[in-house]
Structure formats: C-alpha cells, structure tokens
Design a protein around this ligand. Structure first.
Ligand code: P6P
Length: 339
C-alpha cells in the first residue's frame, strides 16, 4: 500500500507564502531554519535517556535555575543556527541574561525570542518538554544589529509564534496569524507532516491546570475561582478534572487540543517573583498568540490582555490565565468581583 502523500511543514509554509504576493520569503526562511534546529534538538532529547547527557552541566541561568546539559544543547543549537540565518537582527533566550546579537552582515528584518527547553526540570523523569518561540518584525531601520526595543514588543504584534513538544511524538505547533497548524515528526524520514490542521481550542472545557501547592499564596479571587471549578454542578460541567504536568508546553498543548484553563497566578510565595514564574516574551506571549488564533484567550490574573502588555524587560515575568475562552472569561468575572 502506498503511503498517503503527507503535507510537509515546508510545503505548508510555501503554500501559505503563495497567498501573500508581497512576501519576500524571509519568514519562510526563518521558520525553516528554526525547524532544522527543532529536529536537531528532538534527536538529542530522544537520546537523553540513553546517552550520558542527563544530569547537571554545573551551570545556572539568569533565573538562578540549574542548567541541564540538554538546556545548553538546545540553547546553543538555536543560537548558533539563527545567528547566521540572515532573517533576524536580534534574539533573546531564557538561558541568556542579555540580548543575543546575530553575526555581522547577517542582520535580517525579524527578531526571535525563545525558551530553548521549557520544563527542563522534567527531563530526567521523561515528562514531555518543549521549545517555545516568538517572532516580531524589527522596529529599528533594516540593516545593522537590532536592539532591545526590537524585542520588547507587545504579544499582539507578533508575526509568528509556536512550540515544539518533545513527547510520545515530536510535534510542531505554530501560527503566522492565519490559524494554528500542528505537524508531527516522522523520525524515519526526518520530516514534519501536517497532522492537526486548523486547531481550535474548545470554547468551554472540563480541565483545570494549576499547581494547587501554591493555593495559600494566591489572591483571594483566584482561590474562589478554583473552588468554584471544583464544586459539583452537573449543569455547568463541574467539578472540573485536574490536569497539571508542571511542563507548560505539555499542559498548554493538552488544553489546546482537548480544552482547558491553565493558570500560573501571581503568588506571595517568593518575594523576588511577585508576578509568578512565567516569562512574558518567550512563554506567555507566544502562547497568547497561539490560543487567540485557536479561539481561546490569555490574560493576566488582574484581567489584562497578554497581547496588550508593553514588555519592560527581556525576562519580565507575568501571571497567566490561558485557555478555553469561556473558562478565561469566567475567571475575569471573579477577578472583577462580579462573582
Ligand atoms: P511549578 C517549568 O520549569 C516551568 O517554567 C513551566 O514549564 C511550568 O508550567 C512551570 O515552570 C511549573 O512551575 O511551580 O508549578 O513547578
């Protein structure tokens, strides 16, 4: 039996580009370079359990977190490939304190923010982890190196965003503003094939995704919202089921496909992190673009649209409530005192 002709991600991107005669092909080129990096990381992640790559590299990143060897590998893979791709003028990574310049003479018209391996604390326990990326059009004049102002742009101005999840299979999920497409890697041929066209997140869900270990540290409306979702009321599909892996890409992906609301609220647990743990530029912003393109919603725990926040730092943290639109709308009623 001949294998059905799958649509590769490169073919999908080219088909999308053909719909935009004004396109120069630079975004296509950027995405294709990112995809090569993703395949390289996927191969390494899948070997992690076998090779002696597990364990700490003995370094800590800007967040003060132990950097595992796979974190280093993923960060360097993306940084080295993208610094010479010719499509970006500046980068920022969760693993690097400062802006990452591109190779002189290779400056392009986009910027890249990325979390090379989110959820890396789960590497050693074989839980799905992921790479997250966010792309903006530079604001500074074309030509020459970009600067922080090119990176510090609101999520609503993203040109593209997505993630690669290294799980039971490796998937690439991304948007360029025309819906959300999902591709699954066939490692036997090294190609991503379209497996989840036009992903839509269920408008209302039955899954709650939050670390309730922080319950005592949350604002009172957050606690009341969580308690509401756990009450029994069959008419409104309650109680919700709890699903929390502690790897945002994995939690987000499950919610995107099956529906759900994910929260990482601000908490009083760590005075140095009053706004929770997640970063805006390369975690909340790309997930906000994706979820909105799939029909969902993303706000802070004060009810501000993630897409409208003007970033004030490369590693700024924001509280996040993201997922099925009606679940996030309901949260906003609690935080506005309407419930
Ligand atoms: P907690 C992983 O380290 C991460 O940044 C996200 O991927 C994940 O959602 C979150 O932290 C989990 O944090 O405090 O619940 O363990």
């Amino acid at each position: 039996m001949t294998r059905p002709l799958g649509i590769t991600v490169s073919r999908h991107i080219m088909d999308s580009q053909r719909l935009h005669p004004e396109a120069t092909g630079d975004l296509t080129g950027l995405l294709n370079e990112l995809i090569v990096a993703a395949k390289t990381i996927s191969a390494e992640v899948n070997m992690a359990g076998l090779a002696d790559i597990l364990g700490m590299s003995g370094k800590t990143n800007i967040q003060g977190e132990h950097v595992q060897k796979l974190d280093d590998f993923a960060n360097n893979t993306i940084k080295r490939r993208m610094a010479r791709c010719g499509y970006i003028c500046a980068m920022t990574s969760e693993e690097e304190a400062d802006i990452i310049p591109v190779v002189e003479g290779y400056e392009g018209k986009y910027t890249l923010a990325f979390d090379p391996l989110d959820g890396s604390s789960n590497i050693d326990v074989n839980v799905s982890i992921g790479t997250i990326f966010s792309i903006h059009r530079r604001l500074s004049p074309d030509g020459g190196p970009g600067d922080e102002s090119d990176l510090l742009q609101p999520a609503g101005r993203q040109v593209a965003a997505g993630y690669i999840i290294y799980g039971s299979s490796t998937m690439l999920v991304f948007t360029t503003g025309e819906g959300v497409q999902g591709f699954t890697l066939d490692p036997s041929v090294g190609e991503f094939f379209l497996s989840h066209p036009d992903i839509r997140i269920p408008e209302k869900s039955k899954y709650l995704s939050v670390n309730e270990g922080n319950y005592r540290y949350w604002q009172e409306p957050v606690r009341r919202y969580i308690e509401y979702l756990k009450e029994e009321d069959r008419a409104t599909g309650r109680p919700y089921s709890a699903r929390y892996i502690g790897s945002m890409v994995a939690d987000f992906h499950r919610n995107l496909i099956a529906g759900g609301v994910f929260l990482y609220p601000s908490d009083s647990k760590d005075p140095t992190k009053p706004y929770g743990k997640l970063r805006l530029l390369y975690e909340a912003a790309p997930m906000a673009f994706l979820v909105e393109q799939a029909g969902g919603r993303a706000i802070t725990d004060d009810g501000l649209e993630i897409s409208e926040i003007q970033p004030d730092g490369l590693h700024q943290r924001v509280p996040l409530v993201v997922g099925s639109r009606r679940d996030v709308d309901l949260y906003q009623e609690f935080i506005r005192g309407q419930r």
